[in-house]
Design a binder for this molecule. Structure first.
Ligand SMILES: [Ca+2]
Ligand SMILES: [Ca+2]
Length: 156
């Protein structure tokens, strides 16, 4: 998001991103302006000039090569309408990259927890109840398998 805290409209607004590598300018890029028609969605009077109070929006999606703490630096330059020195501003962003399969790992972990709870419960019961409970569970499973096999047979 790019704003103008001054009192003069700005033109030639250029937003850049250091791509998380401040010492390597070769991979820097310009985030895309979020447009509404031909102008930035935040250009409320559609004149292509960043007026005081306007909030222009730019966006970018980059794939991080490494997990862990990441940061990038967004910067913007612009020139005042009617002349004057180029103005600039920058803002760092920090985020953490996690692996794509992180959620799957969590699910597996939860399953293991559930099993462990069952075992604890069985252990509290007497041995007879415990074995009966296990038998009922396996009967239910085999019944379910038979049903599926029968239905498959019926279909074919
Ligand atoms: Ca860079
Ligand atoms: Ca404007």
């Amino acid at each position: 998001m790019v704003g103008n805290s001054g009192s003069v409209e700005l033109e030639n607004v250029v937003v850049s991103d250091d791509n998380g590598t401040p010492t390597d300018a070769s991979d820097d890029f310009n985030p895309q302006a979020v447009l509404e028609g031909a102008f930035n969605v935040g250009d409320t009077d559609d004149d292509g000039l960043l007026a005081p109070g306007e909030q222009w929006i730019c966006t970018a999606m980059q794939r991080a090569d490494e997990t862990g703490e990441q940061s990038n630096l967004g910067a913007v330059t612009a020139t005042p309408v009617g002349g004057g020195p180029t103005v600039s501003a920058d803002a760092p962003a920090y985020w953490t990259v996690v692996r794509d399969d992180h959620d799957d790992d969590d699910d597996d972990h939860d399953d293991r927890d559930d099993d462990r709870d069952d075992d604890d419960h069985d252990r509290d019961d007497r041995d007879d109840d415990d074995s009966e409970h296990r038998k009922n569970r396996s009967e239910k499973k085999s019944k379910h398998r038979r049903y599926r096999r029968g239905r498959d047979h019926h279909d074919s």
